[in-house]
Design a protein around this ligand. Structure first.
Ligand SMILES: Cc1cc2nc3c(=O)[nH]c(=O)nc-3n(C[C@H](O)[C@H](O)[C@H](O)COP(=O)(O)OP(=O)(O)OC[C@H]3O[C@@H](n4cnc5c(N)ncnc54)[C@H](O)[C@@H]3O)c2cc1C
Ligand code: FES
Length: 405
């Protein structure tokens, strides 16, 4: 579990990541909690660990530390989760021996549905963490919750740009967009690393060997910005899928009813994308440049006619996602998603066929966006399919034929 201080709100945020994909250099300034920090036999087990033992939810034990960490992060963020919250938090952890029934049963006492008082349960009352009775906060007993290191909160050292130099690779982590663009012009072949979920493999396969420097984009506030602008919303390139989901919830209050008819399709897509460990790090720009024809983001964003803002030391330009090609010194700065037309009947949809409902790449996916004119005929239709060719494709003939019907 990674914990970090949110730059704007000064809140401490906790989230799970896959250790095998998370670059060590990206951990600079973050607090990392592993299963040993949650509880050990000699210092005392955490309630989550005790429950897993009591519920016979352990066998070979490879998967258990992961389940403990996912459950622990859930309870740090949400002390009163629902059963659905628990299932969602655990969907990125695979267990081949025990099966999920005893694991979910182990988590049952932490859920708000488990109390015989039902809706009257004290856990369902609106209480701040500090007001919660001690016995309610079963998951996180204060003595066992590792504190966020004070030096990470007070020292400005961790908010500065850094460069780590190793024998084979250097890692530059700028905190300013102009700094990133200068580095990109100096090292045009250097990759911009975001969630690292594709880049990790590319590095291993030697794809970036001509560069020897990695440029980290995850610490640049300008790439995390989300702005409601004329005709739509601009999302920073480094916005993660989890952040996109939170922003959509917040934006519902800011955007007029008729302009957000595409939000359910975006929410459906986020819900089907990877699992928490991936959604917590994978970004919009990294997904668009993943090189995957079955990317859920590319398929839906193409259907929604989204565009990207590319930036370099020479300036900025806006281009559509379809056929996107970056010049050497360019980076994606933001992604613009147009509003739905409030005066017309508009419907957006996202479909995904995969081997599992979640935590599985699409075999085939599809984004659709239709606008009907006043006379109930199709004014505009965009259908994009992923997974059927070497890149996502628009069904142009169907789109053209449908207009006017
Ligand atoms: C376990 C797992 C599950 C997954 N599940 C799904 C899924 O359900 N649906 C789905 O669609 N995808 C899924 N993916 C794929 C995921 O979308 C890609 O790995 C994607 O690359 C994630 O973004 P990232 O931020 O981690 O990219 P990174 O790995 O950081 O970057 C990917 C590429 O984009 C470049 N890049 C990134 N940002 C910029 C920028 N701003 N400017 C210039 N270049 C940039 C990098 O240099 C690199 O070449 C999954 C991946 C994993 C590992
Ligand atoms: S107990 Fe063996 S994989 Fe879960």
């Amino acid at each position: 579990m990674v914990s970090k201080l949110h730059r704007n709100s000064s809140k401490i945020i906790h989230y799970t990541v896959n250790a095998c994909l998370f670059p060590l250099c990206a951990a600079h300034g973050l607090a990392i909690t592993t299963v040993e920090g949650v509880g050990k036999p000699n210092t005392g087990l955490h309630d989550i660990q005790k429950r897993l033992i009591e519920s016979h939810a352990l066998q070979c034990g490879f998967c258990t530390p992961g389940f403990v960490m996912s459950a622990f992060a859930l309870l740090r963020n949400n002390p009163y989760p629902s059963r659905d919250d628990v299932e969602r938090a655990l969907e990125g952890n695979l267990c081949r021996c025990t099966g999920y029934r005893p694991i979910l049963q182990a988590m049952e006492p932490f859920t708000k549905e488990c109390c015989p008082m039902g809706e009257q349960c004290c856990k369902n009352q609106q209480q701040s963490d500090s007001q919660a009775p001690e016995d309610v906060n079963v998951g996180c007993q204060p003595t066992q919750v590792p504190i966020f290191p004070p030096e990470l909160q007070t020292s400005s050292e961790y908010r500065k740009s850094v460069c780590f130099e190793g024998p084979s690779w250097s890692w530059a982590s700028p905190t300013d967009l102009s700094e990133l663009l200068t580095l990109k012009s100096k090292y045009p072949h250097a990759p911009v690393i975001m969630g690292n979920t594709t880049a990790a493999l590319s590095i291993k396969l030697g794809k970036f060997n001509s560069s020897k420097i990695l440029l980290y984009g995850g610490n640049i506030p300008a790439l995390k910005e989300v702005c409601v602008v004329e005709g739509g919303v601009s999302f920073g390139a480094a916005v993660t899928l989890s952040e996109l989901s939170q922003h959509l919830t917040q934006l519902k209050g800011e955007i007029k009813e008729g302009n957000k008819k595409h939000f359910p399709a975006l929410e459906e897509m986020v819900g089907r994308y990877g699992a928490d460990q991936i959604r917590n790090v994978a970004t919009l720009s990294g997904s668009i440049l993943s090189g995957r024809s079955n990317s859920d983001i590319i398929t839906l964003f193409t259907a929604l006619d989204a565009s990207v803002c590319l930036a370099s030391v020479n300036g900025e330009r806006n281009v559509g996602i379809e056929g996107l090609s970056l010049q050497e010194m360019e980076v994606i700065k933001s992604v613009f998603i147009p509003n739905s037309d409030q005066d017309k009947f508009t419907q957006s949809m996202f479909f995904k066929q995969a081997q599992r409902r979640t935590f599985s790449l699409a075999i085939i996916n599809c984004g659709m966006h239709v606008i009907l004119s006043d006379t109930r005929t199709v004014e505009k239709l965009r259908i994009c399919f992923g997974g059927i060719a070497d890149k996502a494709v628009l069904a142009r003939k169907t789109m053209d034929l449908a207009v006017g019907t």
